[in-house]
Design a protein around this ligand. Sequence first.
Ligand SMILES: Cc1cc2nc3c(=O)[nH]c(=O)nc-3n(C[C@H](O)[C@H](O)[C@H](O)COP(=O)(O)O)c2cc1C
Ligand code: SF4
Length: 511
Amino acid sequence: MWRPPGARKHGLPQATWPTAEEAAGSALFAPIRVGPMVLAQRTWVPAMVPWRASEDGEVTDHVVDWYRRLAQGRPGALVVEATGIRDVPSGPLLRIGADRFLPGLRRLVAAVREASGGRTRLLIQLIDFLAIRRRPLPEKFFYRFFAVDEGHRERLAEALDEPAWLQAPEAAVRARLAIADPDLVGRVLQVRELRDLNYGYRETVSDTHLPHIAELPQVLPPLFAAAAVRARAAGFDGVELHYAHAYTMAGFLSRLNQRGDGYGGSPQARQRLPLEVYRAVRGAVGRDFVVGCRFLGDEVVDAGSRIDDATCHGVAFAQAGMDFLSVSKGGKFEDARQPKVGQAAYPYTGRSGYECMPTVYSDPTGPFGRNVHLSAAVRRAVRANGCDTPVVAAGGIHLFRQAESILGAGHADIVALARQALADPDWFEKVRTGHGAEVRRCHYTNYCEALDQQHREVTCQLWDKPDPDDPSPRSRDGRRRLIPPPWRPEVADRQPVADPNPASDADPPRE
Ligand SMILES: Cc1cc2nc3c(=O)[nH]c(=O)nc-3n(C[C@H](O)[C@H](O)[C@H](O)COP(=O)(O)O)c2cc1C
Ligand code: SF4
C-alpha cells in the first residue's frame, strides 16, 4: 500500500463522547432534508463493496445479512455498494441491469427497513465501468494482442542497427519482441502498448476509435435511467450516480478526458454526459425519488482534475437539480501500482488510492478529516451560486466532536463514515444514546481494503476472529466471521425519536 514519503504512524485522537442529551441537541443528530426525503440524522454510510454478491451479480443471503447489520446501527442514510447498470457478466459485483435482479434487491431493502425500524434511508450506488484486463505474460501479449506495424519494424531496425527488420515478417517481429529485454521493448513500443504490456489492457473514455467507447454518450443515459427505475421498483429511496474514482463517468469529468466529440476538453464539455445521464434518470424516476451523485474533489493524479474542476462540476450538478453531492477523492488507475502478471491493476494502490482511503501511516496532515477541505470548497461554490444542495464529506471521519465541527463550520451538511461503520456499525446508535465510550474505533490501517483489493469478503480485523463454537456465518475460507457481533444497550435507550419519514416506513416497493 502506498504511503506518503516520510510517513509516520498517527495515533487515534482522544475521543470525548456526548451524553444522550448532548447528542439530542447536536447538529449531527438533527434531521436534514435531502431532496424529497428527510434523514433523521446527518450521518451517512457511503458505498462500500463487501464482495458478497453471487458470481451472477445477484443479492445473496450474505449481502442481505451485511446490510441488515449495517442498518441496525440506524445511520441517517446507507448507500448500497457500487452496483453495475449493465446486464453483462462482471464477477461478484452486485448488478441492477435487468429485472431479474429485483427480487434480491427487494429483499435487501426489506431487511434494511426492518433492521433500522424504518429510520435509515436507503440509496444504491449505480456504476458503469470500462474494460480492464489482467497483466499478460510478455509472450501472450506479443503473440495474441500486439498489432505489428511499420513503426515497430523501423524502431526495431534502428534499435538493433539491423536494417533487415524493415522487411521482417510479422511473426519474426513478434518472436523477437517476446524475448527482448525491457530496454529494447521500451524503444520499440508506443506508450499505450507499453502500458498494456506492463499493466494490462485498459480502456479509457478517450478511446473513441473503439465504437463502443465512441457511443457511450448514446448508450449510458438510458442504461442509468433503467437502473434507477429498477432501484425505485425495488423500494430504494434513491440512487447515487457513481461519478467518482476510476470508473466511466469519472473518466468523462476528468481533465484527462481528451474526447473530440463535444464530450471532452472544457469543463462544460466534460460535464455534458454526466448531466445528460442525470436528466435521463430524473426524467425516468420523477422528482419524488432521490437522485444525487458521488464525484471527486481532486483526482490526485498528474494532469488530472483538481478542486477548481470539482467546484465547477458541483455547481453544474446542483443547478441541474441533483438532490445531494457526495465528495470523494482519488482512487484512480493512472497511478496504480503495477500488478503482478496474471492480476489486474487496482485503482487504490497508488497515491490517489491512498488519498481516497487514507491510513494512519500518513504525512503531518494525518488521515482524519483529510478531505474535508474538498467538500467545503464544493459547498461554498454551490451556496455562492444560490443552491442549497446538501454536500456529503468523507475521509477519516470517526468522532462526534470532529463531525460536529465539520457541520458547524459549514464544511459539509452530512458526514459519511465508511471504515468506522465497518469497524462498528452501531457507532450511530451508541453515540446517539450516550454510549460513545463503547464504540469499537477503526484503526485506519486498511486490512479491510486489502481484502477488497483481492475481491475477498470484506471484514474488519477488530471483529472477524471467530470463537471455535461461534455459529455465525464465515468467509469462504472458513477463517473469518462475516458479520460484526451484536450490541445490545438497555432497551429504554433504544426508543427512537420521532421518525421524519413516518409514511415511508410501511411503503410497499414502488413500481
Ligand atoms: C472495502 C471498501 C469498499 C469501498 N467501496 C466503495 C464503493 O463501492 N463506492 C464508493 O464510492 N466508494 C467505495 N469505498 C470508499 C468509501 O466509500 C470511502 O469514501 C472511503 O473509505 C473513505 O471514507 P472513510 O475514511 O470513512 O473510510 C470503499 C471503501 C472501502 C474501505
Ligand atoms: S479493518 Fe482496520 S481499517 Fe478496516 S474498518 Fe477495521 S479497523 Fe478500520
